[in-house]
Design a protein around this ligand. Structure first.
Ligand SMILES: NC(=O)c1ccc[n+]([C@@H]2O[C@H](COP(=O)([O-])OP(=O)(O)OC[C@H]3O[C@@H](n4cnc5c(N)ncnc54)[C@H](OP(=O)(O)O)[C@@H]3O)[C@@H](O)[C@H]2O)c1
Length: 241
């Protein structure tokens, strides 16, 4: 439809090369080919955002920089970012890449809170203090990189949703209570919990069910109290030191 493209923000990722043996690929050729394929599929001339999906262990920052320069100068990509990247991987890219890396897309939900857990247990012998997050949350905040939360309703690695899941009974009881209080859905409260975090994150939802959208949108407008935010964190099975 004419005019509609300018009202959309289109974001795509590249760097995972599926096949008989899946590998990660940040070569110039792969990045450019991925974008051109996305543009063809989306029937558009530009992506607003391009993210590097998962760190390529064979990454050469010079090649990424050449790919980004070409895509930017041709007007095919307007902004750039990464996903699942540590602070030092971002800094390595930045030794060559000129464009700001504006986004880091990371898994974060009420049932997947590793970005928060270890820093809360600093200097204790509790195993929650074992860091798997490389302090990426604080790093992104300090460097004005927007965290996009993916899988906001999932637990594990795409094992299923915690909403309505009997394994998360205590969490669902609090979600339902707050959904009634704020006149939204459990999905809405799960989104409100992510957005209440002071890092000013964005939430990437994957629902294919249009009836879930109004509750999710309402959730984005709700500001949970500090007590409600902590109550949900605890109900998900977390405890504070
Ligand atoms: N950067 C990365 O490495 C990475 C990895 C994974 C995903 N992502 C991105 O993040 C997006 C979202 O990820 P996601 O799809 O895992 O996120 P999600 O929104 O947490 O999960 C969506 C799934 O949860 C189900 N669901 C949601 N609410 C439900 C409810 N109340 N009851 C039952 N089922 C419910 C949905 O089913 P319905 O369709 O029925 O609602 C759908 O199967 C993806 O599209 C992708 O772009 C990025």
């Amino acid at each position: 439809m004419p005019g509609i493209r300018d009202k959309l923000i289109l974001q795509s990722k590249c760097g995972i090369r599926p096949g008989p043996f899946t590998c990660y690929d940040f070569s110039k050729e792969h990045i450019i080919r991925s974008v051109e394929t996305s543009l063809r599929r989306l029937q558009t001339d530009r992506l607003d955002y391009l993210l590097l999906h998962r760190p390529d262990l064979l990454m050469e920052p010079e090649e990424v920089a050449e790919a980004f320069d070409q895509l930017e100068s041709q007007g095919k990509v307007l902004h750039f970012g990464v996903s699942n990247h540590t602070p030092s991987q971002i800094e390595l890219l930045e030794t060559c890449v000129k464009q700001p890396l504006e986004i880091n897309q990371l898994q974060f939900s009420l049932a997947h809170t590793l970005l928060l857990d270890a820093p809360a247990y600093l200097n204790t012998t509790d195993s929650h203090g074992i860091s798997r997050d490389a302090n990426v949350l604080d790093y992104c905040r300090r460097n004005h990189i927007t965290i996009q939360c993916y899988s906001p309703f999932q637990y594990g690695v795409f094992e299923g949703t915690f909403i309505g899941n009997p394994d998360y009974a205590q969490l669902n009881a609090v979600l339902t209570h707050l959904a009634k209080k704020y006149d939204t859905t459990e999905n809405g409260i799960a989104v409100a919990w992510l957005l209440r975090h002071t890092a000013n994150m964005q939430v990437v939802v994957g629902t294919t069910n249009a009836s879930r959208i109004p509750g999710i949108v309402k959730g984005a407008e709700i500001t949970l109290t500090r007590e409600e935010w902590y109550e949900l964190y605890a109900a998900a099975g977390n405890k504070l030191p």
